[in-house]
Design a protein around this ligand. Structure first.
Ligand SMILES: Nc1ncnc2c1ncn2[C@@H]1O[C@H](COP(=O)(O)OP(=O)(O)O)[C@@H](O)[C@H]1O
Ligand SMILES: [Mg+2]
Length: 240
């Protein structure tokens, strides 16, 4: 039985970057992965995989049976499948029960189903996260992000999600630079959410592609480490 991993956080914190790279990292660990762009109306995951010209159907088409599951899937590699978000409706307009049945069914087929969520914390979203086995909250080291992380963790706890973790993103590894507007340890203390990964600020990432195999990327290893930790391996956190 697979695991549903939802990736949430403030707009611009790095949800899409983490979702796409983490999914790719899982595929490198030989896991069967399905990644779904749930940022309805603002899809971006396709760009990171470079498949923007291949999209015909989206996840809402699958839920509404406008197409088959296979019609909507874009294969990124042998182990990694991707389904895009619709552009013409908002996430709140998705059918809650159909989505639940879909995830329950696909958990039989995939080791991991990664959902790249929208930034808006709506009533629908706070109910939807109940279907997550693990909630990853992506945050950069500033007070606004700390507040969003705390709020999402609150909703995650309310929804009884057992594993709620923090991915600290865009951390400066240059010891002469500050880590962010607030120090990484202060950020962890403020949010009170258990960290599962630290991703350095990386110019290679800003170019907008998958960096896991890119030797020039200082972030690639972080995504692999997060995948390993989720998969139960003990991997120490990056020391910054
Ligand atoms: N570790 C990182 N280092 C540098 N830039 C990053 C990093 N992670 C994400 N970014 C950049 O931050 C911006 C927002 O990232 P994105 O994943 O689209 O955020 P979200 O999905 O949360 O809105 C993008 O330009 C992306 O390239
Ligand atoms: Mg996004």
């Amino acid at each position: 039985m697979g695991k549903v991993i939802m990736v949430a956080g403030r707009g611009g914190s790095g949800k899409t970057t983490v979702s796409a790279n983490l999914s790719y990292a899982f595929s490198k660990l030989n896991k069967n992965v399905l990644v779904i762009d749930c940022d309805f109306g603002m899809r971006c995951t396709d760009l990171l995989f470079g498949v923007e010209n291949e999209i015909v159907y989206n996840i809402n088409d699958v839920l509404q049976k406008n197409c088959t599951f296979d019609d909507a899937v874009i294969k990124i590699n042998d182990k990694l499948s991707f389904i895009s978000a619709p552009q013409n409706i908002t996430f709140d307009m998705a059918d809650y029960n159909l989505f639940n049945s879909f995830l329950t069914e696909k958990k039989q087929q995939y080791d991991y189903i990664v959902l790249d969520l929208t930034a808006s914390i709506t009533d629908f979203m706070t109910k939807f996260i109940k279907f997550a086995d693990q909630l990853l909250i992506v945050g950069v080291c500033d007070f606004q992000n700390a507040r969003v992380v705390e709020k999402l963790a609150f909703y995650g706890e309310k929804a009884n999600i057992k594993n709620i973790n923090l991915v600290i993103n865009k951390v400066f590894v240059d010891k002469f630079k500050k880590n962010g507007i607030i120090d990484i340890n202060e950020f962890i203390g403020l949010t009170a959410v258990t960290p599962i990964g630290v991703c350095p600020y990386d110019v290679v990432v800003t170019k907008g592609s998958i960096v896991v195999d890119n030797k020039k990327s200082i972030c690639g290893k972080s995504y692999l480490n997060i995948a390993r930790r989720i998969d139960g391996e003990k991997v120490p956190l990056l020391n910054v």
